[in-house]
Design a protein around this ligand. Sequence first.
Ligand code: ADP
Ligand code: MG
Length: 481
Amino acid sequence: MGIAEKYEAVIGLEIHAQLATQSKLFCGDAASFGAEPNTHISPITMGHPGTLPKTNVKAVEYAIKLGIACGSRIENNNYFARKNYFYPDLPKGYQITQHTTPICVGGAIKIKGEDGDKIVQLNRIHLEEDAGKSIHDASAQDTYIDLNRAGTPLVEMVTEPCIHSAQDAFLFVSEVRRLVRWIGVCDGNMEEGSLRCDANISIRLKGDKKLGTRVEVKNLNSIRNIKKAIEFEIDRLIQITEAGGTILQQTRSFDANNDTTFSIRDKEYANDYRYFPDPDLAPFQLTQQYIKDIEIAMPVLPGALKNTWKSDYALSEYDVEQLCENKEEADFYAAWTKQTNQYKSAANWILGPIREYLNETNSNYKALLPFIPCLVELLDLVASKELSFSMASGKVFKAVMQQMQSPREYAKSNNLLQSNSSDEIEVWVDQVLLMHPEKIIEYKKGKKGLIGLFTGEVKKLSQGKADPTITMQLLEQKLKY
Ligand code: ADP
Ligand code: MG
C-alpha cells in the first residue's frame, strides 16, 4: 500500500460570496467593484459616531434564495452581532455578522464527484459584511487602504468536514459558482473577489473517525488555486506525519507562483471576538409567507431542469450537463424547445454551431432570442432533408444571422435546397456512373470502399443538393448487378 493510500484527507470549505446587490449591507453606498479607491465610504461605512446602519432587504432575500436552493432550513428569528477585532481595513473596529443564528441552517449540494454523485453537507450559510482592502504592492514602504469594499454584503457558506479530495473540492466550488450565478445572487467572478474560499484540511488514518488537527488556507481566489493548495497541503501533512512530526493548527496562505503554502500564524487558542448583538440593528423576523414568496419566484434549478430534459426530451446526461452549464444557455434552449419538438437536434445545434458562432462574434444568447423562429425553420429544413446539416449550419445559418431572413427563402433563392426527389438524384447518379466505368468494375470485384467516391461525385455534381441517404440507396441498387 502506498503512503498516500494509508490516509484519508478531510476537507471543509468556507466560501464567501459577495451578493449582487446595488448597495451595501447596512447603507446606501454602492457595492460595485472597481471604483476609484475610497469613493464609496459614507459615514455609516466608516462607522462614525451617531450613524445608524439599516439592513438591506435585498441582501436578506438573496441569502434566503441561496438557502432555498441548497435545501437549508431558513431561520425565522435573526439578529446581527458585532465581532470585535482591530484591523486597519475594518474602520468600525468590528464586523457585523450573524453569530448564533445563521440565516440558513444545514442543506447540501450535490456534485458529480470523481467516482459518482456525492452530497456535500452544509453546516450553515450566514450573512455578514465584508472588510476593506489593504494594498501592499502599490508601494515599497507603505500600505494603502481602500475602504470601498467595507460593508459590502457577503454570505459565508460553511461545509461540514465531508470532502475527501482536492478534485471534489474543485467540483464543489464549481457547482457553488454555477448555482449562485444561476439564481442571480452573486456574479461568481473569482478574479474580482466575488467568490473566495478558505480551505480547512486535515488527514487521518483511513477508517479513523476522529478528525485530525487542521490547517486553514485563507483567501483562495481561483478554483485552480483551491485545488493546488489542497493537493499541496495533503502531501505536506502526510509527510510530516510519516516523519513522526506533529501537525500544528495553522493559518496558511497560498503562493500561486510556485503552488505552495506558507504559514501566516499558529492558532494555539481561539480568538475572543466578544460577540454581542448589535444594539443599532433590531432583530428581524422572517414569516413563512415571505420565505414562500421568494421560493415561488425562483427559477427552476439546474438539477431539476436536467432531470426534466432527460425524461421528457430523452437527452443524454452529457447533453443536459452541458446545456445547464450556464443559465443563459439553458434559458435559450428552453425558449427554443417551446417552438420545436426536435429536442435532440436543438441541443446539438447549441453545443455545436451556435456556441461557435457566439464565440466568434462575441455575442450572447440574449441577442439570439429574436432568431428563434429562423432556427426552428432551419431544424425543419434539415429534418425534411431539404438542407444537409452542413449546409444548414454553415452557409445558411451565417446568412440568416447576418441579416434576419427566412432560411427557406434564402436557400431557395440561392439554389441550395437539397433534392430528395429520387428522380432528380437518379439523373446525377447515372451521370456519375457513366463517367467512371473502370471504377464500377473495381467496385464489383470487391473494392466496396469506392462507394465513397461515387457519393462524393454525386454531391459535387449536385452542388450538395442530393440527399446523401437517397444517393447511397440508388448507388447500391445500381451497382448490385
Ligand atoms: P472556524 O470558524 O474557527 O474557522 P469552524 O469550526 O466553523 O471553524 O470550521 C470551519 C470549517 O473547517 C468548516 O468547513 C469545517 O467543516 C472545517 N473543519 C473543522 N475541523 C476540521 C478538521 N479537523 N479537518 C478538516 N476540516 C475541518
Ligand atoms: Mg475559518
